[in-house]
Design a protein around this ligand. Structure first.
Ligand code: MN
Length: 559
């Protein structure tokens, strides 16, 4: 196979390329109606299916163990609430329990999940109190007490927010035995630097569970009665879990990358260097996404059953994440890792020295960027070569076209290699590290149910006493998922976290061009250096951050 830009092929070969692509466009068609404005594939061609190896490895790795575990767990009654929080620990008889289990109730663990948990892209640095919060600084200080001077902390840029108020539209779906609920809280945090005698840590300051109700909704702090504070943190975790699955995971990785796989198959001939570079990063994605649409986000499916909203509402969270929230709609350039982190104000290493997702993610981002640069420069030695590459220009044109991929944040005509490097780096980073970071954390965080229930099973409480517990343990247990739902949540998140098909930078077949293979080998060496660097960092972290170790990152969104 001769790797070539189309304009460098002989006229006969150019004709062959064009005819082949025309045929391929009838195999890979767009479906714009599934969940507008997202674009998905109409029918998945057979060659996109999981391979025999994938199936042979993945199924035993998950189903066997899960079946044995389900048999071993003695579920007394499927629908009655459990008696106490420790009972949630009994669900892991034949599978290892999620790593968050021993510490989930602590404030440290709650705060750390904003920085290295399953959903590390919500936290934002504050310059002023968020308008969604009902209370002002005086209210906050009065509720929090004197442990911190909040006005000073705000002025110094040490306050952060996790804001889930955009989820307030969700009324809640149903399960076999009744109704489910979704809180839409706001949580404030403070970075306490080394001046407080620690190595620096993020601490929670306050939570308002239902800011859309105004002062009907109390302000809770770590100094609130213990059960009230635990309830408030659980509300944040429920909102975060729903946001994680529908926005961060499904929308910002699985669905936004789908048009790139479709258009690459439609516009780039298999010997096009960009097709050769990208195709391993799309492996199994179209098939896997279609499977998710048929079996996870279908009527009566897992999302419908386990997440808080109705199926329609959960899908609206996907759409909202992509499009309707003016500040946050997805675009390729805004979600480039360095930009995305900067837009949330979390790029300042001095202000926030501890942010594993950012620190490990940037190592991978930079390595991918160098790899992509070195690779593309083998084929594009001038801007003209790029501009004359009519397959590439058709690729960019269709990706951005309103009847094609509708991708925002990239040009419809690519003029410079730098533009192309930026696009390709974002795509490979999203398919690889970004998806792995939010996929393989599912079991360790959302797999332990009281840490991150996917739904509430009682109406959300808003009013709390400042001096005594406003709910009993029994009421808390009724609020959390009943055993049958617990089992369902464990099973799906275990299944989605248990199998890795491949690893970043290692492909099933070598590049046909030996020069490209040299570039790839250099990338692999760099990944090994990063591996050691992250291992060293993890020795100094209270909670090791494992998912961005290159050996645990996949090439593609294959699970
Ligand atoms: Mn996934």
């Amino acid at each position: 196979m001769e790797v070539n830009l189309p304009q460098k092929d002989s006229p006969e070969d150019q004709e062959k390329r064009t005819a082949w692509l025309e045929r391929n466009r009838t195999r890979y068609e767009f479906n714009p109606d599934y969940l507008p404005p997202l674009t998905v594939i109409k029918d998945v061609p057979d060659n996109e299916s999981f391979s025999a190896r994938y199936l042979a490895e993945r199924l035993p790795a998950t189903l066997g163990k899960l079946a044995a575990n389900t048999l071993a767990v003695n579920v007394r009654s499927l629908w009655d609430p459990l008696d106490e929080l420790q009972d949630f620990e009994d669900f892991y008889q034949k599978i290892s329990p999620p790593s968050v289990m021993p510490t989930y109730q602590t404030d440290e663990c709650f705060a750390e999940q904003r920085l290295s948990g399953a959903n590390p892209i919500v936290l934002q640095r504050l310059q002023s109190l968020p308008p969604t919060l009902t209370y002002n600084l005086t209210d906050l200080q009065a509720a929090y007490g004197s442990a911190l001077n909040l006005e000073k902390e705000l002025k110094e840029g040490n306050l952060y927010v996790a804001d889930y108020t955009q989820l307030a539209f969700v009324q809640g779906g149903t399960y076999l035995k009744g109704k489910k609920y979704l809180p839409a809280p706001i949580a404030l945090f403070c970075w306490r630097g080394t001046g407080y005698g620690t190595r620096g840590e993020l601490v929670p300051i306050a939570i308002q569970i239902a800011p859309h109700l105004g002062k009907e909704s109390s302000l809770l702090t770590p100094f609130s009665p213990a059960m009230n504070w635990l309830y408030a943190k659980t509300c944040v975790q429920i909102a975060d879990a729903n946001h994680h699955e529908m926005a961060t995971h499904l929308c910002y990785t699985h669905f936004v990358m789908e048009p790139f796989a479709i258009v690459t198959a439609r516009q780039l001939f298999p010997t096009h260097p960009l097709s050769i570079l990208l195709t391993p990063h799309f492996r199994f994605m179209l098939y896997n996404n279609e499977l998710a649409r048929e079996r996870l986000v279908n009527q009566g499916g897992i999302v419908d059953d386990l997440l808080a909203g109705t199926l329609r509402e959960s899908l609206q969270i996907v759409q909202q994440a992509y499009f309707t929230n003016a500040q946050n709609y997805w675009s390729l350039d805004k979600f480039a890792l360095p930009t995305e982190i900067k837009n949330r104000g979390l790029d300042d290493q001095e202000a926030l020295p501890h942010y594993p997702y950012r620190d490990d993610g940037l190592l991978l981002w930079e390595a991918i960027e160098r790899y992509v640069t070195n690779y593309l420069k083998l084929y594009y030695t001038s801007a003209e070569e790029l501009q004359e590459d009519y397959e590439l220009q058709a690729w960019a044109g269709e990706l951005t076209d309103q009847s094609g991929g509708k991708v925002k944040g990239m040009p419809s005509k690519i003029n410079t290699t730098e533009e192309l490097i930026a696009i390709v780096t974002s795509v490979i980073f999203t398919c690889g590290p970004q998806h792995s970071a939010v996929n393989f954390t599912q079991y360790d965080y959302l797999g332990f149910i009281p840490n991150a229930p996917l739904a509430a099973y009682q109406p959300i409480k808003n009013q709390f006493s400042h001096s005594e517990n406003s709910l009993t343990l029994q009421e808390l247990m009724a609020f959390l998922p009943p055993p049958n739902q617990v089992m369902g949540q464990i099973q799906i998140l275990y299944a989605l976290s248990a199998y890795r098909y491949d690893r970043l930078g290692y492909y099933d077949t070598p590049f046909p061009d030996r020069r490209a293979q040299v570039v790839l080998t250099r990338f692999q060496q760099e990944l090994q250096t990063i591996e050691r660097k992250i291992e060293l960092r993890n020795k100094n972290r209270v909670t090791p951050y494992k998912v961005l170790r290159p050996s645990l990152v996949l090439n593609s969104i294959s699970i």
